[in-house]
Design a protein around this ligand. Structure first.
Ligand SMILES: C=C1C[C@]23C[C@@]1(O)CC[C@H]2[C@@]12CCC[C@@](C)(C(=O)O1)[C@H]2[C@@H]3C(=O)O
Ligand SMILES: O=C(O)CCC(=O)C(=O)O
Ligand SMILES: [Fe+2]
Length: 367
């Protein structure tokens, strides 16, 4: 079987009929999925996925400590007590199920074109693999829902307006929550509230956050152990807020011994996954989480990652406050699109791409 890390140039362009599949065909069969065992998250101890509670009037210093520990050790956590009404996620999931249930011709009108980020189809990094994933996706700029979905519903109409209203409601809630989380993550780095409010870079980051949504549908799979919903990767932006249906599927890789921990999906909780640019911003102190999505033998699963990052022209560099006293930045500055270019050339699709941005330490030999 060829390595899954070769180009997909020769892959069939036609949509695959997940619904009628009785087996996983060779095109969708992934080698190496079970190189590391999958384990359920534990209630306590080393495989307990950290939980951060933003509500309940908890001590902000205790929240900051919990976030720092989760960001350093896991690069991810479950977020509860966030104040986003439960109805929002339910409406979003309902609309997404409707969208993906549309006839293929409607979705294909919005098909992602080569070299474009937005549209219906496989996720952008799929071009790197020789195997296909067991999912359908739709990527769009959260601030441009109405323009984007005219491609699916050219004449507008009630379905179009309902869909856009629900996505916009989600966007408003997630952007507000994302802004609060930036502050919490900064506080967890040791920044004071004054610095967060007045520091030029810190303020600019919070005020200029951009958001991309990627809707995932993982259809029920007849042989779930042979297919993958989304292949292992790190997200490349600052962080991602993932709304998950009650069907679990998100897994985080834990090292020593290597194992995939399945993230529980308690009702109302968001999974927060840090991306590579947050690792760079914190000079490597926080880490991005290597994760994947597995599929389910009985039920469809929907997930709605909301990717937050800098505007495309903003150079991201390690924050002065993240450097050790007298220390130097470990990485050179980069924009998000530049970083995606760098990551596209790396061998895996993970934070190892950051090594290409590393500033040599003084005394390192020049080649
Ligand atoms: C903002 C973005 C992050 C993303 C690339 C994108 O432009 C839109 C889709 C995102 C996604 C979702 C699936 C996995 C992933 C690696 C991919 O190919 O598309 C991520 C990208 C990322 O975080 O780099
Ligand atoms: O489905 C999930 O829970 C994870 C989705 C994800 O990692 C992504 O879209 O980048
Ligand atoms: Fe992801």
């Amino acid at each position: 079987m060829p390595s899954p890390l070769t180009s997909l140039a020769a892959a069939p362009a036609a949509n695959f009929e997940f619904r009628s599949a009785e087996h996983v065909p060779e095109t969708h069969e992934w080698p190496g999925l079970h190189d590391h065992p999958s384990v359920e998250a534990a209630a306590a101890g080393r495989d307990a996925v950290p939980v951060v509670d933003l509500g309940g009037g908890g001590d902000p210093a205790a929240v900051a400590r919990a976030v720092a520990r989760a960001a350093e050790e896991w690069g991810a956590f479950l977020l509860v007590g966030h104040g986003v009404p439960a109805g929002v996620a339910a409406r979003v999931e309902e609309q997404i199920a409707w969208l993906f249930a549309l006839p293929a011709a409607d979705k294909d009108r919005a098909g992602r074109r080569p070299g474009e980020m937005n549209g219906y189809g496989r996720p952008p990094y799929a071009v790197r693999f020789s195997r296909l994933m067991w999912s359908e996706g739709y990527t769009f700029a959260a601030a441009a829902v109405r323009d984007e979905f005219r491609r699916v519903w050219p004449d507008g109409g009630d379905d179009y307006h309902r869909f856009c209203e629900v996505m916009e409601e989600h966007h408003r809630e997630m952007m507000a929550l994302g802004g609060r989380l930036v502050d919490v993550l900064f506080r967890a780095l040791g920044l004071t509230d004054e610095r967060i409010a007045a520091g030029e870079t810190e303020r600019k980051i919070r005020e200029s956050l951009t958001a991309t949504m990627h809707l995932n549908l993982y259809p029920r799979c007849p042989e779930p152990e042979r297919a993958i919903g989304l292949a292992a990767h790190t997200d490349s932006g600052f962080f991602t807020l993932i709304t998950q249906s009650p069907v679990p599927g998100l897994q985080l890789l834990r090292r020593g011994p290597d194992r995939w921990v399945t993230v529980p999906a308690p009702p109302g909780a968001f999974a927060v996954v840090l991306g590579d640019l947050f690792q760079l911003l914190t000079n490597g102190r926080y880490r991005s989480a290597f994760h994947r999505a597995v599929v389910n033998g009985d039920r469809d699963r929907i997930s709605v990652p909301y990717f937050l990052g800098p505007p495309p022209d903003m150079k991201v560099a390690p924050l002065a406050a993240a450097l050790p006293p007298g220390g130097k930045p470990a990485f050179r500055s980069v924009t998000w699109p530049e970083y995606l270019g760098v990551k596209g050339k790396a061998s895996g699709f993970d934070a190892s791409a950051l090594a290409m941005l590393q500033v040599p330490e003084e005394g390192d030999k020049k080649v």
